[in-house]
Design a protein around this ligand. Structure first.
Ligand code: DX5
Ligand code: ZN
Length: 227
């Protein structure tokens, strides 16, 4: 399947997180939301950086033929550099690493050398100043709006100030950087995140826990556009 070209930087994007999908029928879940998917968010956890385990490169490779969308791998790993090559080979389009694990420069360089789009994530209690030096080097900044590890947690309102700070800095410098939020995003919180400056909305439970994930994703987009 031909890969779809990436959405324009700064455009509103809905990123369903497969963490909340039915893993016994992942292909059907992915196809079901495809018309409302701008990028597919794949949560990768190592049981070390976060207290949970999920999927790795073999699952990315298995679902690659199912979707032409941008595969956005959120690496909640202590050693993401060990796996970037495997994710690229499996068909990831972009990988997001956490600033808290350090080694940001070699991670960015390695991702670029592999042809990956690169994102930098920060936890809710990590300050803007930690990501600020890297804004000119990355394609995306992910401001976590929950502490990573599990779907279905409540949105942390206080992160919106950091989202606004990232947006102001990106715009002031004319940088081509997407701003993503992840955690507790639903039709109520999405418009607030967009108002603060986010343009890529990750949602797991608000999409896949609903009777019609496709309608839920569509409702999320409408809510975000209504703000
Ligand atoms: C949490 C993950 C999220 C999660 C979001 O650690 O990074 O992507 O799937 O789930 P919801 O949207 O249910 O908060
Ligand atoms: Zn995520």
């Amino acid at each position: 399947m031909a890969r779809q070209s990436e959405r324009p930087v700064g455009s509103l994007q809905i990123a369903p997180s497969i963490l909340s999908a039915d893993f016994a029928d992942l292909a059907a879940a992915i196809r079901g939301v495809d018309p409302q998917t701008d990028r597919l968010h794949i949560d990768v956890m190592d049981g070390h950086f976060v207290p949970n385990l999920t999927v790795g490169p073999p699952v990315v490779a298995s679902i690659r033929p199912v979707s032409s969308r941008f595969f956005d791998c959120h690496l909640m790993l202590t050693d993401p550099g060990e796996y970037l090559e495997a994710f690229a080979a499996a068909g990831a389009d972009g990988c997001t690493v956490h600033v808290e694990v350090g080694d940001t420069r070699p991670l960015v360089d390695k991702a670029r050398s592999l042809g990956l789009s690169i994102g930098l994530a920060c936890n809710p209690d990590t300050p803007f100043e930690a990501v600020e030096p890297w804004l000119g080097d990355v394609d995306l900044v992910l401001c976590m709006t929950v502490f990573p590890g599990f779907a279905g947690q409540s949105f942390i309102e206080e992160v919106l100030g950091k989202v606004a700070a990232v947006r102001a800095a990106v715009d002031a410098r004319g940088l081509a950087v997407d701003i993503q939020v992840d955690g507790g995003i639903d039709s109520t919180t999405a418009p607030r995140a967009v108002a603060a400056g986010a343009n890529v909305l990750v949602a797991g439970s608000a999409i896949f826990d609903e009777a019609s994930p496709l309608d839920a994703a569509s409702a999320l987009r409408e809510a975000a556009q209504r703000r």
